[in-house]
Design a protein around this ligand. Structure first.
Ligand code: AMP
Length: 298
């Protein structure tokens, strides 16, 4: 099983054409809905009494919920953001941690022995709490966001030093490494002893850095972009999902995983919130993977 930890949220998303309030969101949510299409995924996270029954139903249908908690006396994590005209730049309006504020994540015993762990974007102190409960050896991936880099910088670095793979977007690398050069930032991070760095570049695709090589893949040419929220976590879900399904960490599988990441990201942005991930099938993923490869390689 893949163990996924991170935020489970109610998002308010404002695009130039539409505003949707309190839709299902969060880093753990997007990642898990994507990864569970490839491999069984269990979530560790918490929501409040305001978390709607129809969202719970989506979780029940798709995920192992042994590490999922409902805290009746508190409110669910809330995230409010707006996109500009070309949907490429997101501005955070409000982040309300609510139920995550004093949350101490507890991994069910059966999760502690699992081999593949994803630490989605959330308080790095909580990411460290999860790492402390794991029994080695395992392969840990992590993500973060500008909010945590600005408020908990040293803790973010502490987490990075204890993981194998890191997913970041270009702005996060610049902020974290205090550089304008993605390449310089990438090598600074690889020096911290991670095996793998994946840089998500939105519409420009993604780049993977290891100590031995760099691999670049463009994004899938989407006809429809409705809501880019969650593209990064869905990308990570596709990447990790394929890797775990193959249960191999060799160069070929990693490169395939990067392409699956781009494919899952491209599906996620086609509808508001995680709607498209809920209706998606593995066959549709394979079909788009083949189509994308035929456009990129010759
Ligand atoms: P992405 O678009 O892939 O970067 O992920 C967006 C998701 O991250 C949204 O659904 C939010 O609910 C969630 N999110 C935004 N800010 C934070 C934060 N500071 N901590 C944890 N999750 C967050």
């Amino acid at each position: 099983m893949i163990v996924s930890f991170g935020s489970i949220a109610l998002d308010t998303t404002r695009t130039p054409t539409l505003i949707r309030k309190d839709i299902l969101g969060g880093s753990c949510t997007y990642f898990s809905l994507a990864s569970s299409l490839f491999f069984k995924t269990g979530i560790v996270g918490i929501v409040g009494s305001d978390f709607p029954e129809n969202y719970l139903e989506i979780f029940r249908n798709r995920l192992d919920l042994s590490g999922f908690k409902i805290e009746k006396s508190k409110k669910t994590f809330k995230y409010d953001s707006s996109f500009g005209n070309d949907l490429s730049i997101r501005t955070t309006n409000i982040t309300e941690l609510n139920v995550y504020k004093d949350y101490n994540p507890v991994l069910p015993y059966k999760y502690r022995k699992e081999k593949y762990i994803y630490l989605g974007n959330i308080d790095p102190k909580q990411q460290l709490q999860v790492i402390d409960q794991l029994e080695k050896p395992c392969y840990i991936f992590m993500d973060t966001i500008d909010y945590w880099i600005k408020t908990e910088r040293s803790k973010v670095y502490e987490v990075i030093q204890r993981v194998n793979g890191l997913f970041l977007n270009e702005e996060e690398i610049k902020l974290l490494c205090e550089t304008k050069s993605i390449l310089k930032g990438a090598y600074k991070l690889l020096d911290l002893n991670i095996d793998l760095l994946v840089v998500k570049r939105g519409a420009k695709g993604a780049v993977m850095f290891t100590k031995d090589y760099i691999f670049i893949n463009p994004s899938y040419l989407n006809t429809e972009v409705v809501d880019p929220t969650g593209a990064g976590d869905s990308f990570a879900g596709g990447f990790v999902g394929h890797l775990v399904k193959k249960d191999k960490i060799d160069d070929k599988t990693l490169k395939e995983s990067l392409i699956y990441g781009n494919v899952l990201g491209s599906f996620a942005i086609e509808r508001f919130g995680p709607e498209r991930l809920v209706s998606l099938s593995l066959n549709e993923i394979y079909e788009r993977y083949r189509k994308h490869c035929s456009m990129v390689f010759f």
